[in-house]
Design a binder for this molecule. Structure first.
Ligand SMILES: [Zn+2]
Length: 239
C-alpha cells in the first residue's frame, strides 16, 4: 500500500484566534511529524517557517525583519507540518502575481476537498510579508493583528512553504493558502501577503490524512469558551 501522507496539525487556528497563545509542543516533537510547514511561536512571537526539516522564526524589528533558527526546546501554540512529497512539479518561467500563480497551482488540483502542501522555490520580483507581534494570552488575535509590522522587498531569492486548506476545514486552519516565506540567505521572511514571482519551481504535495493534535494539558484551551462564528470571522480578517 502506498504511504499515507499525514498533515500534522498542532492545536487549531481558531483556538489561536481566541487568544490561546501558550506554547505547549516543542519544535523537536513538531519536526518529527514533517519537514515543511508553518505556525507561530510561544506568545505568538512571530512566524514559524519549517523548511527542509529546520525551523525558523521571523519577527518584526524596526526597519528589518529578523530571522533566526529556532532551538529544539522552543514551544509552539499552533503549527502545521507535513512530510512534503511533490506530486505536481512545474516550472514557472515568466512573471506572475500571487493570485495568478495560485490559479495555476489550483488548475492541477483534483477537486477542492483535500489539503495540499505547497513549496515554491524561486526568484521574486517582490515579496510582501508580515509578522504577528508577540502578545500575552487573552488579547484577541484579530486585535493584535491590526498592529502587525509588514515588510516588502524587491528582487529576492527564497522559498515559500505552506498549506492549502479546503473550505470545510476553515476554523481548524484558514481556508485556502497559508504561506510563509524564507529568503535563501535567511535574512528575510514572514507570513506571505502578496508577491510577484519572476521564475521558480513549484511543488504541490498530496495530503491523505489530517492528524489533529490537541493541547490536552493546557487549561486555557480545555476550559476556553469559544465563539465559533466570531472565530471564523477573525480568521478571515487576520489571515
Ligand atoms: Zn502565517
Amino acid at each position: 500500500m502506498a504511504e499515507v501522507i499525514k498533515l500534522f496539525q498542532y492545536n487549531t487556528l481558531g483556538a489561536l484566534m481566541a487568544g490561546l497563545y501558550d506554547g505547549s509542543l516543542t519544535i523537536e516533537e513538531l519536526l518529527e511529524h514533517g519537514d515543511l510547514g508553518i505556525g507561530t511561536l510561544d506568545s505568538i512571537d512571530g512566524e514559524l517557517i519549517v523548511l527542509d526539516g529546520k525551523a525558523y522564526q521571523a519577527k518584526g524589528s524596526g526597519d528589518q525583519p529578523e530571522v533566526v533558527e529556532v532551538p529544539l526546546d522552543a514551544k509552539v501554540p499552533y503549527a502545521a507540518v507535513v512530510p512534503h512529497q511533490a506530486e505536481v512539479i512545474f516550472r514557472q518561467r515568466f512573471e506572475m502575481t500571487d493570485k495568478e500563480l495560485e490559479d495555476r497551482i489550483e488548475s492541477y488540483y483534483d477537486g477542492v476537498n483535500l489539503f495540499r502542501s505547497i513549496k515554491i522555490k524561486g526568484r521574486f520580483k517582490k515579496m510582501h510579508v508580515r509578522m504577528i507581534p508577540k502578545s500575552s494570552t487573552d488579547r484577541k488575535f484579530a486585535d493584535v493583528a491590526t498592529m502587525q509590522p509588514e515588510y516588502a522587498i524587491e528582487n529576492i531569492s527564497g522559498t515559500i512553504v505552506g498549506i492549502w486548506t479546503p473550505e470545510m476545514f476553515h476554523g481548524v486552519s484558514v481556508a485556502g493558502y497559508h504561506l510563509h516565506f524564507l529568503s535563501d540567505d535567511l535574512t528575510f521572511g514572514g507570513h506571505v501577503m502578496d508577491f510577484i514571482i519572476e521564475d521558480g519551481l513549484v511543488e504541490v504535495g498530496p495530503v491523505d490524512q489530517l492528524d489533529q493534535r490537541f493541547p490536552v494539558q493546557d487549561r486555557h484551551y480545555l476550559f476556553a469558551k469559544l465563539n465559533v462564528d466570531e472565530m471564523k470571522e477573525d480568521i478571515e480578517k487576520a489571515e
